[in-house]
Design a protein around this ligand. Sequence first.
Ligand code: HEC
Ligand SMILES: [Cu+2]
Length: 335
Amino acid sequence: MKRRSATAALGSLLAAAPALAQPMSYLQTFGPAAHPATVLGWGLGAISLFVMAIIAILVLAATFRPRPRVGPRQLAVTRDAGGTAWIYVGVGLTLATLIGCMVWTMVALAAVVHPPVAPKISIEVHGNQWWWGVRYRDDDPSRMFTTANEIHVPVGEPVRIEVSSSDVIHSFWVPQLAGKTDVIPGQTNVTWLQADRPGTYRGQCGEFCGAQHAGMGIYVIADAPAQFATWRNAQVEPAPPPASTAARQGYGVFVARCGACHTIRGTNAGGLIGPDLTHLMSRHTIAAGLLPNNPGNLAGWIANAQALKPGSRMPSIPLSGPELGAVVAYLTTLH
Ligand code: HEC
Ligand SMILES: [Cu+2]
């Protein structure tokens, strides 16, 4: 039983070809910000195992090698001639291996610290207990926009990421694309990532930050360049005015009950406590990766945020059935 599950685990590890099979695995990576470190990790692991094996063999050989019998008036310990050569050779090989590993480590670190070309896209990622605010910079201020918990990037292009925090120390970590970067209040740290394959890469806060630390996920979605441009152009737009009667009612409820915490660009809701909801329906999940984004989960979240994500900075909001239905009807127009 045990052997079978171990084999299955190894099998799935080796078969981890599609990025999504192991969404949080750092053993297989997909871009130049991560790849040199992954190769280094595997390489140092292999070297360590090899050294372990050699030392084990030497210890066993020394323990069990045949020795001349000790006579009645002889010391039990005698010194063979020529043993010091083992020490010289051993220290020499060890030093060479350690220096080699150090040089390789420095080369790998130098390779991941800066992108190969200057990034054209610059994103601010803001850690909050327990969700991620995201702002896309642009030279043209009217093309800047804010979103949350989901970053789109064009495939094959380096993207500059500036991280900062509004409360405690978090850590920005998308293991298949880059190493961790600390997200520290009062300080802006800069990192970068690049996805060489289209796909969805899951990230996670990597530094314990309170009750919902584990509920602080983020997704990086790598799109073909044309698709990325379409997404970006859509995000820049404000939300359309509510069209149906239900959506108009929902909009009224939203501005009154939710607008102090949430922004929907193009409306009177301009709160900054929670995620920007202008294009809520373009996101795949809500509440930092907690739930798939669909009308049922939206209703459940609004009525019961504290049951679904205890401690979250969004209170459960008591609305009547029709009010809840109307708010969800309005939110689902925010594509
Ligand atoms: C006191 C501030 C506050 C109020 C009031 C509030 N929210 Fe929130 N809301 C938040 C915070 C903070 C989050 C992020 C929670 C998390 O992920 O930990 C959030 C998350 C959300 C999300 C998920 C967004 C995403 O992309 O993950 C939705 C949808 C939402 N709120 C809708 C509403 C609606 C609708 C109302 C009004 C009925 C409302 N909120 C009222 C603070 C608030
Ligand atoms: Cu965190």
